[in-house]
Design a protein around this ligand. Structure first.
Ligand code: GUN
Length: 279
């Protein structure tokens, strides 16, 4: 079992100690500013959990809620204010945004030094080129950290990532490549998905389709990471069909695997963004 909940706890405890030491030294408390546009209940839940994790380690949070009919210009104005606010360490604009909003304008408006999601092309470009110094996106870095700490060998492994989003699939593939995996990215137009997944030593399912990955598509002993949070009646499911746990060597529970790691990485990014901006 790739116990994301337990590892996230350890990471948060470590940051709590560091934040405590900074505050004891008379430095300001880091602060995370979150922005939600519209009333997507899942977004509200995710952001609440992110703020709760931040609070638990001593990071303040500031909650901004804008109505669905907010224009791109109005949202850019808020982001500009947060960029200029000395007290704000990190800015998180929860996605998805309403379709009338220009996502690209929003992503590039966040100052890269406060871009704790790692979505700005400056940070994404550093990840793409395998360069240090930027901010790495939360879910991909959480996945890689979970694999590494569990002792899953990444170097030389066949890694298959199902999904090519800018938030998860693409950057996860790049972080695995940086660690010398042989990486394949599969997506909705991929022919013979099972032919790819069956060869995977590391399989990252980030497609957002319940039951997409069945037991017969998984190599025995593979490390399987189930990223998606698909809303279904009665709760949350990932992309794995029942029975995958019979063949996988390592498996993330869902919920309780990747989600807590994403939040821990966000908290760590916020702390590190503060330290970098105001040493
Ligand atoms: N929507 C789904 N995942 C994420 C995330 O990690 N950050 C933001 N801002 N929105 C998301």
């Amino acid at each position: 079992m790739l116990d994301g909940k337990a590892l996230a706890r350890q990471i948060l405890d470590d940051i709590a100690t560091k934040v405590g030491a900074r505050v004891a030294a008379g430095k300001p408390r880091p602060k995370l500013a979150t922005v939600i546009v519209g009333d997507n209940p899942a977004s509200a839940l995710y952001v609440r959990s992110k703020q709760k994790d931040a609070r638990q380690v001593g990071i303040d949070s500031e909650d901004h809620r804008l109505p669905t009919e907010t224009t791109t210009e109005q949202l850019l104005e808020l982001i500009g204010t947060l960029d200029r606010d000395e007290s704000v360490s990190g800015i998180l604009v929860q996605q998805p945004l309403p379709i009338h909003i220009d996502l690209f304008q929003v992503v590039i408006a966040v100052d890269p030094i406060k871009d704790v999601d790692g979505f700005h092309p400056f940070n994404a470009g550093l990840v793409a080129q395998g360069l240090p110094g930027g901010i790495q996106p939360c879910t991909p870095s959480g996945i890689v950290e979970l694999l590494e700490r569990a002792g899953v060998r990444i170097e030389g492994a066949n890694a298959v990532v199902v999904g090519r989003s800018n938030i998860v699939g693409k950057p996860t593939a790049l972080l695995l490549l940086k660690r010398n995996a042989t990486v394949t990215i599969c997506h909705t137009k991929t022919k013979n998905l099972a032919g790819h997944t069956k060869r995977a030593d590391i399989l990252v399912a980030a497609a957002g389709k319940p039951n997409l990955i069945t037991k017969d598509m998984v190599k025995p002993g593979a490390a399987v990471v189930d990223v998606s949070a698909n809303r279904v009646e009665g709760g949350q499911v990932g992309d794995l069909a029942p029975g995958v746990d019979d063949v996988a060597g390592w498996l993330t529970p869902n919920p309780g695997g990747v989600g807590p790691m994403t939040r821990a990485m966000l908290v760590r990014n916020t702390y590190e963004a503060e330290v970098r901006r105001r040493p």
